[in-house]
Design a protein around this ligand. Structure first.
Ligand code: FE2
Length: 462
């Protein structure tokens, strides 16, 4: 994982590369191989790609809610031609292109040819099709802003290790609730109420649980885990906004059930590991209206709960889905949108590592104003900080430590438990400490992947 400060970005940004792929894709469908127009276009893309790879070994282009990101930094889609390219790729079901060091010109061409044929090629997973075409340094995928439940070979699909008992219980209750809904049974109101209370009164007070929710998650979320985590993140944001108890309970209930409509989507689409076609994408997007339909029929839920399900993929500028004209989503839906995107980014996916919290905060900042409410993003980042509880980080003294306490007055300098080779964390340091000259003794450089076998929750429980 890279520190955002050190993330290399080519001066030209990702849009020319995407445009290049789009036009090469069209050329590949029009001209025979080796045509001078294709050779010229291929050279242009190759130059752009290698210009970037000289700075950073991986070129990550993601399309998140219609905006193009290069290594997590937004480049928008300002001109109509860029917007058209983004739409074209999104319509093909492709929301991310990751190109790794070692990529050859032939692979770029094979990728363009694949993009031309992809509409007709849904029968086998994308990675198998790419491998057959000898494309080894490029992967295509779909970003989880849709928080789709992806099947995974690489990652487990729920948290492992020792869980805080209240968090474990809440996951169990959420799993029951979602399984009932998937089986077409009505939601059990008592379970939903108990779950909301459990989250507010127990899970929110457990550092170990918060650490497991806030830091990177080395698993791909099943919908019920994602929902519990989004409910907790929404709660932290609600707390920052000084919500009273009743408002908080309404927020947590809405957040918990925001994705309940996923239970109506056929599992083979929800679990499909590769790109989605337009029909499948529309169906996945319908989880918002399905959710509202399910929830509105249940007497006893709070009135905002179906509204949050309906609106949580809508932007503050009236974009997103479902199409509800220019209406601005309810504040509760706006809060859940912030929590939803952070949670999706910091979880693992079948094709990439989880995004570190500091990087996910930057993505939120880039979405602020047009997709997300700027004030809510600020409040959220203030609440969780760049290096939240439970994060494993590397310091400027090359130490590895777990964040065990954040410092609201100095959010970039939390207290760490240093981790040695035996995972003994008896040594604690306050990274806010100053030396004799008044400078910091150490800084945090970046979030790193937790060392194998390290159980972060034990540090937090202590
Ligand atoms: Fe969703």
């Amino acid at each position: 994982m890279t520190n955002p400060a050190s993330t290399g970005t080519s001066a030209s940004g990702p849009l020319p590369i995407l445009k290049g792929f789009a036009s090469l894709r069209r050329l590949a469908g029009t001209y025979p191989p080796g045509h001078p127009m294709m050779t010229q276009k291929l050279k242009e893309i190759d130059d752009l790609v290698h210009q970037h790879l000289r700075i950073d070994p991986t070129l990550r282009i993601d399309i998140i809610r219609g905006d193009v990101f290069l290594d997590g930094v937004s480049f928008g889609r300002d001109d109509p031609a860029s917007a058209q390219v983004v739409r074209e790729l999104s319509d093909l079901g492709i929301d991310s292109i990751h190109i790794r060091e070692g990529v050859e010109r032939d692979e770029l061409l094979a990728m363009a040819e694949f993009l031309w044929q992809v509409r007709d090629a849904h029968t086998e997973p994308v990675e198998v099709q790419l491998a057959r075409r000898n494309i080894r340094h490029i992967s295509l995928g779909k970003i989880v802003a849709l928080d789709t439940r992806w099947s995974s070979r690489q990652w487990p699909d729920a948290p492992g290790g020792t869980l805080d008992p209240a968090y474990a219980e809440s996951l169990l209750l959420a799993q029951e609730t979602f399984e009932d809904a998937a089986a077409g049974k009505p939601l059990d109101l008592v379970t939903v109420r108990d779950l909301v209370q459990l989250l507010i009164h127990k899970v929110a007070r457990s550092s170990a649980a918060l650490g497991q929710i806030l830091a990177v998650k080395m698993y791909e979320n099943l919908t019920y885990c994602h929902s519990v985590n989004v409910a907790m993140l929404s709660l932290l944001l609600g707390r920052q906004l000084a919500f009273d108890d009743l408002t908080m309970a309404a927020l947590v209930e809405g957040a918990l059930l925001h994705d309940i409509g996923k239970t109506r989507i056929p599992l083979d689409i929800v679990k499909k590991p590769g790109a989605l076609d337009r029909r499948e994408r529309k169906l996945i997007e319908a989880h918002t209206t399905f959710g509202a339909e399910i929830l509105i029929q249940i007497d006893g839920l709070r009135p905002l709960t179906p509204i949050v399900a309906l609106e949580h993929h809508r932007g503050v500028a009236g974009t997103g889905y479902p199409d509800l004209g220019e209406s601005v989503p309810h504040l509760m839906s706006q809060i859940v949108s912030v929590a939803d995107i952070y949670e999706a980014l910091t979880g693992a996916r079948s094709y990439q590592e989880p995004t570190p919290p500091e990087h996910a905060c930057l993505v939120l900042a880039r979405l602020a104003g047009h997709k997300l409410n700027t004030h809510l993003v600020k409040a959220f980042v203030n609440a969780i900080t760049f290096f939240p509880l439970g994060c494993v980080v590397r310091t400027s003294r090359d130490e590895i430590g777990v964040v065990i306490r954040t410092n609201s007055a100095d959010p970039l300098h939390p207290v760490l438990a240093l981790v040695d080779g035996n995972h003994d964390a008896s040594h604690r340091v306050d990274t806010g400490a100053r030396d004799e000259s008044g400078g910091y003794e150490r800084h945090i450089l970046e979030t790193v992947r937790p060392p194998e076998g390290l159980d972060v929750s034990t540090f937090l429980a202590a």
